[in-house]
Ligand binder design. Structure first.
Ligand SMILES: Nc1ncnc2c1ncn2[C@@H]1O[C@H](COP(=O)(O)OP(=O)(O)OP(=O)(O)O)[C@@H](O)[C@H]1O
Length: 281
């Protein structure tokens, strides 16, 4: 079997006294589309940031293409990061730049000579990408504030693709979008993995999206809710089989069922502020 592109080996991440990830191991082969699911605060984004070397492991090791990014010098780290494209939850566009400048930004940062010497090629790539994500060319001159949320996400995807990355990392790509626009983003994610053969990791709460786009689903669980010695990965398998999991915590999550969570939350607030305040009296 070929080497995994991303290898997470007994990873633990702690912030001060708070442990967020404990002994997590995961291998991501080249070309796979992996969805990481799990309730808010379980450490999904921390895991993404650890993969790209933005957060250093407290223990364990994370490698990308057999190298630990946190051990590289700044220059090499910047070079390796060009192999990744990020699609952030809020698109994270620069408000003061036009759409065109936002899309070209990574190229200008990493290949300034190429863009200066042959500005046409950067523009060609940009026009191709804007078409691929289904936006008209007239948006290129607009500013992010003039676009809808769905348009901004698609600009964010075009920007992530401009360096022709080998890995695409998506942080909640469909959050805040209507069902149609969410599915447009799903279709784009599928096309990107087919057309560019990228490896994709998608952090999401959206089970419709995870089922449609991912080859594999990994479900993380918050450490505070886990028994000692239990694996933090409650599910690691195909998207088809996630609905058949015998673990009640997995089936509750994928079906979006609260179970006894409300009672638990209410019990935890006993003795705290009165929810109804003065209005009840
Ligand atoms: N840089 C940091 N310093 C301190 N604590 C952090 C840092 N980054 C994340 N955390 C904490 O780690 C925990 C997990 O955060 P993370 O953002 O990974 O959750 P998540 O599963 O992505 O949640 P959500 O679905 O709400 O985005 C949270 O309690 C968060 O406060």
């Amino acid at each position: 079997m070929s080497e995994p592109l991303i290898n997470i080996d007994h990873l633990t991440v702690r912030f001060g006294r708070q442990m967020v990830l404990r002994d997590v191991s995961l291998e991501v082969p080249r070309g796979q589309t992996l969805a990481i699911i799990g309730e808010s605060g379980c450490g999904k984004t921390v895991l993404l940031k650890t993969i790209i070397g933005l957060i250093a492991p407290t223990a364990g090791r994370v490698t990308f293409d057999n190298q630990s990014l946190v051990e590289l010098d700044d220059r090499e780290l910047a070079r390796q990061r060009t192999r990744f494209g990020f699609v952030f939850q809020n698109a994270a566009l620069f408000d003061s730049m036009t759409v065109a400048d936002n899309i070209l930004f990574p190229l200008k940062q990493h290949r300034p000579k190429e863009v200066r010497a042959n500005g046409g090629s950067g523009r060609d790539v940009m026009h191709q990408l804007i078409g691929e994500v289904g936006l008209p060319v007239n948006v290129l001159h607009k500013y992010p504030a003039e676009l809808s949320g769905g348009m901004r996400k698609r600009v964010g995807l075009a920007r992530a693709l401009v360096m022709r990355p080998e890995v695409l990392l998506y942080d909640e790509p469909t959050t805040g979008l209507d069902p149609i626009m969410s599915d447009v983003i799903n279709e784009l994610m599928l096309r990107c993995s087919e057309a560019y053969n990228v490896t994709s990791i998608i952090v999401t709460h959206d089970m419709t999206s995870a089922r449609k786009v991912a080859d594999r689903i990994v479900m993380l669980y918050p450490l505070a809710r886990l028994d000692r010695g239990e694996s933090q990965i409650l599910y690691d398998g195909s998207s088809e089989e996630v609905d058949d999991s015998s673990d009640r915590r997995v089936s509750q999550f994928v079906r979006g069922e609260a179970g006894d969570r409300l009672e638990e939350l209410q019990a935890a607030t006993v003795g705290g502020d009165d929810f109804f305040g003065d209005e009840r009296s």
